[in-house]
Design a protein around this ligand. Structure first.
Ligand SMILES: *Cc1c(COP(=O)(O)O)cnc(C)c1O
Length: 299
């Protein structure tokens, strides 16, 4: 597997010149921010570990990235989900389809979910207790090991800025768990801005605090124009995604990046210093999203 420094490209969007860190191009199979977050596991010896255990959505980017990691490492992947939509089961697509191809074992816990049993607690108490040679990776890769790969991302940005005589810069990336934004700010002197895509700003702040109790080292959260529910379809998300594609020829992710760009447009950030937007991958996940959008809005 090649793991190169991803390129930084300058684009023009709505008459703003913006730099894009193309982490979506890191590698065809192991790319985006999940590749950064799981890089530690890629580089370190698994010793006695025979299985990776994780959980989340059956369409998650982390499911696919973990399936690639498991394949490279020659270990199993047990990925627990609380529900699999019937459309997905009947017509596998995107992350779900490719993860199965890579041999991922996707385990549906909807029965427990219906009985209102706490799934995380169930995994920790029942499953992990009986698995001797497994590592557990929290949903979305919210793990301290993520710092290792994200520091490399920060170092790449620093080197690029130095080589191009850029002394002042704002950095932006949309957040899920906030792990990437937090560690990026920790290792960069430039100011890192983000926005909440999952839950509300309070949730994101809590996630930051779990990883670093020093609030002065947290990324700055830009206010969203309105509350959005993660994974729901919003026409404006699809529209800005298509506009970006037309104007920049770059495909951005529909779950996080669309909200990221909409938030950026409403902020004053685009009119301040030069901006570096971190493209965190997730394009494989667009496949099922595009189908859902077409079904909902363009039939
Ligand atoms: C996982 C993911 C995110 C969120 O990353 P966090 O570190 O959890 O904030 C953002 N964008 C894409 C494309 C992702 O796959």
């Amino acid at each position: 597997m090649k793991y190169i420094n991803s390129p930084i490209q300058e684009i023009n969007f709505e008459n703003h010149n913006i730099y894009i860190k193309r982490d979506d191009l890191l590698d065809t199979h192991f790319s985006g921010n999940k590749a950064r977050k799981f890089y530690y596991f890629l580089k370190h010896d698994f010793k006695d570990i025979k299985k990776i255990i994780s959980y989340g959505s059956p369409q998650a980017n982390s499911l696919y990235s973990l399936s690639v990691l498991a394949k490279i490492k020659g270990v199993k992947l047990d990925f627990y989900v609380s529900h699999i939509a019937s459309f997905l089961k009947d017509n596998p697509i995107g992350n779900y389809k490719e993860a199965i191809k890579n041999g991922a074992n996707i385990i549906d816990l909807s029965k427990l979910y219906d009985e209102k049993i706490d799934i995380l607690e169930y995994i920790e108490k029942t499953i992990l207790a009986s698995e001797k040679s497994a590592i557990f990776i929290e949903e979305g890769g919210r793990v301290k090991e993520a710092e290792y790969g994200i520091k490399i991302l920060a170092d790449e940005i620093k080197t690029w800025a130095k080589e191009n005589n850029i002394n002042d810069l704002n950095v932006f990336l949309p957040s899920g768990t906030g792990t990437t934004a937090l560690f990026l700010q920790k290792h960069l002197d430039f100011k890192v801005f983000t926005c909440t895509c999952v839950g509300d700003d309070e949730y994101l702040k809590e996630q930051f605090l779990k990883l670093n109790s020093d609030e002065s080292l947290h990324p700055t959260i830009l206010k969203r124009e309105k509350k959005y529910h993660f994974g729901k379809l919003y026409k404006e998300f699809y529209e800005i995604n298509q506009k970006l594609l037309r104007e920049t020829k770059i495909e951005f992710d529909l779950l996080y990046d669309s909200l990221g760009w909409l938030t950026l447009k409403k902020s004053s950030i685009l009119n301040e210093k030069k901006l570096l937007f971190i493209h965190q991958g997730g394009i494989l996940g667009n496949k099922s999203m595009v189908l859902r959008y077409k079904n909902k809005y363009f039939k």
